[in-house]
Design a protein around this ligand. Structure first.
Ligand code: SF4
Length: 348
């Protein structure tokens, strides 16, 4: 039987053709770095942190719009803590708050419900960013808001979906053979199922392995991907959470409120069909999400190259000089799921 020790030894001794695996989940990135997994691998196996951290891929126009809303009379913007420090084209939400804009940090979007009820004259705007994993939460929030007949709740959405951005990354990197496989995102697959990743594997000719988040699970997934090089197949190594069809109730809730749209990704531009937006029937809850495409990266920031695996965070000239976790210059250094943040904290 294959033991974890054998897996570790084989991954450390691997001497075959170069393997370059892109994880597209911020929690995978954080766990890989926290567990020191790159240091256990042969130099011929490289892990690349792709566009899987929601804060990292949010365009500046979205932050600018939140700031605009937070400055309107009788408005308050609610967001998670990491979004506060991401710069828009000029300043961050945290800077805007220091200038008097009304921005509040939340731990759950459901905090918006009591705020709306207790302050009917206040327009409460929730910053709704994330992937397939987060979208059901916003669908449930709308369901409750409608039941409570709240008319002062709005969402500014930047909700993205994985398959189209993966296709984009594969197309864009194909000529250089920059990516040879993907640990498929475990949390996303818990909602969507892994059927889509089977289709992606067939279509791209690359292996996909649905992975859990413990160090051992990631190591096993990497081992499987190394063994599956050159095969357009998908495997599910996270069966205790992920099924083939996913969570059908969550998917139905998302389908009820949202429809597929084009979405803009930081440094990558607009990718057709890579996001979801509120359906026309629920437009009253939308704070103007659809037109947000402008993206002005901070001067010298190479986030786009990091997110597509063209460079490592350490190859950005600003890494740990101008740009640090305490004083982030670009979005990938802000979030605990960002590749630059994790490299700065753990890659010593
Ligand atoms: S180190 Fe900072 S400036 Fe450089 S790519 Fe990362 S986030 Fe951008």
């Amino acid at each position: 039987m294959l033991t974890l020790d054998t897996i570790r030894q084989e991954l450390a001794a691997y001497d075959g053709p170069p393997v370059r695996l892109m994880e597209v989940c911020g929690t995978h990135t954080a766990s890989i770095m926290k567990n020191g997994i790159p240091s256990l691998l042969s130099g011929k196996i490289r892990l690349i942190s792709g566009p899987g951290c929601p804060v990292c891929v949010t365009v500046t126009a979205y932050i600018d719009r939140l700031i605009e809303l937070a400055k309107e009379p009788d408005h308050v913007v609610l967001c998670f803590g990491d979004l506060l420090r991401v710069r828009g084209s000029r300043i961050s939400l945290s800077d805007a708050r220091a200038e008097g804009a009304k921005v509040r940090m939340i731990y759950s979007p459901f905090e918006a419900l009591s705020l709306c009820r207790e302050n009917p004259a206040l327009q409460v705007v929730v910053a709704a960013i994330g992937f397939e994993t987060t979208a059901p939460v916003y669908a449930a929030l709308l369901e409750e808001a409608i039941e409570l007949k709240l008319e002062n709740l709005k969402l500014l959405t930047s909700l993205k979906t994985m398959p189209e951005v993966i296709r984009w990354v594969v197309r864009e990197s194909r000529a250089e053979g920059r990516i040879t496989g993907f640990p498929a995102p475990g949390h996303v697959c818990a909602i969507t199922g892994y059927r889509e990743y089977e289709e992606l594997a067939k279509e791209t000719g690359l292996p996909f392995v649905v992975s859990g988040f413990e160090g051992e699970e990631l190591l096993c997934s990497i081992y499987a991907l190394v063994r599956m090089q050159g095969q357009g197949e998908a495997r599910n190594l996270y069966p205790r959470v992920v099924s083939y069809e996913g969570n059908t109730a969550a998917k139905a809730a998302v389908e009820k409120y949202f429809e597929v749209c084009d979405a803009s990704w930081r440094g990558m531009g607009a990718i057709p069909g890579s996001g979801i937006a509120l359906r026309e029937a629920y437009a009253a809850f939308d704070a103007g999400s659809r037109a947000l495409q402008e993206d002005h990266m901070a001067a010298g920031c190479r986030c786009a190259d990091v997110l597509t695996g063209r460079i490592t965070p350490e190859e950005c000239p600003l890494f740990k000089k101008v740009c640090t976790p305490a004083n982030p210059h670009g979005a990938c250094m802000v979030s605990q799921e960002g590749s630059c943040f994790n490299s700065a904290i753990y890659n010593r």
